[in-house]
Design a protein around this ligand. Structure first.
Ligand SMILES: [Zn+2]
Length: 205
């Protein structure tokens, strides 16, 4: 950031003081813990952990939040929630972002909005699993890029035991990308399945 008042310093806590900053850590435990996916991995040296962190998108000025903007890739929405997907083809059958339509953070979202997420999660899982060749729908929340609350739904291919768990997201960049036709077909399946239970498919088209 160009703002001179934004000065970072190393985070200091009992947790941080024990970390070997600058050292390259042994990643063999990942290969041992995920032997179905990883044989060998090299980690970058551990970098200093600086605070305050650079603000996330929409954190300082919600009017600049990209998640709030009308998006042609929104495949479904209802009164409180929207699902966005299909920015570019990846290797998984489906990846979508689930977010409230209004600019809420997890920290300040009204319970009325949050209460809708449970049933929606169930509907999204069923919709994603109706894509041919999909066994499971995994969910994740990271929220390091945009401050606007968002979760991820990821389709695990049937029989892909190498995609079990958190490694699934990384396979999206590794498996051969879907062609445009298959990607759109999968988006249609999810959008129409969700709309069948309420809300609108492709509201911004
Ligand atoms: Zn927002």
């Amino acid at each position: 950031m160009s703002d001179a008042s934004f000065e970072q310093h190393p985070a200091d806590s009992a947790y941080h003081r024990r970390l070997p900053i600058g050292e390259r850590l042994d990643a063999s435990s990942l290969a041992e813990g995920l032997p179905w996916a990883i044989e060998e991995l090299t980690m970058r040296p551990l970098e200093p952990m600086l605070v305050p962190e650079v603000p996330r998108g929409g954190e300082v000025d919600p009017t600049e939040c990209r998640t709030c903007q009308t998006n042609p890739h929104t495949i479904w929405q209802d009164e409180h929630w929207k699902v966005t997907a299909g920015w570019e083809p990846g290797g998984l059958p489906f990846i979508g972002a689930i977010a409230p339509r209004e600019h809420w953070l997890l920290e300040d979202a009204p319970h009325e909005v949050l209460a809708g997420y449970g049933p929606l999660m169930q509907r999204i899982s069923q919709a994603v699993k109706s894509i041919p060749g999909v066994a499971r729908c995994h969910f994740a929340r990271w929220n390091d890029g945009s401050a606007h609350l968002h979760m991820w739904a990821l389709a695990r291919p049937a029989g892909m035991m190498q995609g079990r768990g958190a490694i699934l997201e990384f396979w999206n960049d590794i498996l051969p990308a879907l062609d445009e036709d298959m990607m759109r077909e999968h988006l249609d399946i999810v959008a129409n399945a969700l709309a069948a239970g309420g809300g609108t498919a492709y509201p911004n088209r």
